[in-house]
Design a protein around this ligand. Structure first.
Ligand SMILES: Cc1cc2nc3c(=O)[nH]c(=O)nc-3n(C[C@H](O)[C@H](O)[C@H](O)COP(=O)(O)O)c2cc1C
Length: 144
């Protein structure tokens, strides 16, 4: 089964750390949605979208990528890193339109120094940590 993860990681590289850790342990192609906004997903059996959460949404580059390049009727999994809480609604709205089936979701904390959090040295410092990385790998290994 061919798997790809399309990701965006623009704040501290938290999401990138996670997906690179996954790619070391699992057979998966990584696509950076910021650098490759037009990749062809037709040949993949399962596609992951991974992003930090910015103003309660997946990164704009992911949402635009999915709108433009996601074929209908694909199996999808979702990964996010967040300072406060996970939120999958922005991408799920697009997935609904594409008749995608979401086979799993994984989220964990990611170091966040946005806005006022900078003044206190940031929140979720050290995340994703080793345990987060292991959980993410187990999550992807368990997808069918
Ligand atoms: C502009 C901006 C907006 C953010 N908005 C949210 C938010 O609404 N909810 C939340 O839980 N975290 C928010 N965060 C924290 C990020 O989701 C978190 O640090 C994430 O791990 C960043 O991933 P990245 O390093 O892969 O970009 C925000 C961070 C930035 C820079």
């Amino acid at each position: 089964m061919r798997k790809a993860i399309v990701y965006a990681s623009v704040h501290h590289g938290n999401t990138e750390k996670l997906v690179k850790g996954i790619a070391e342990e699992c057979q998966v192609d990584l696509i950076d949605a910021v650098k490759q906004p037009d990749a062809d997903l037709n040949s993949y059996d399962m596609i992951g979208f991974a992003s930090g959460i910015y103003f309660s949404k997946f990164h704009r580059s992911i949402l635009e990528f999915a709108e433009k390049n996601l074929p209908d009727d694909k199996k999808i999994f979702l990964i996010c890193t967040y300072g406060g809480s996970a939120n999958y609604k922005s991408i799920e709205r697009i997935l609904d339109k594409k008749h995608a089936s979401v086979v799993g979701k994984f989220g964990c904390k990611g170091y966040d120094t946005f806005g006022p959090f900078k003044l206190v040295g940031g929140i979720a410092k050290g995340h994703p940590n080793e345990e987060d990385m292991k959980n993410a790998v187990d999550f992807v290994k368990g997808l069918h």
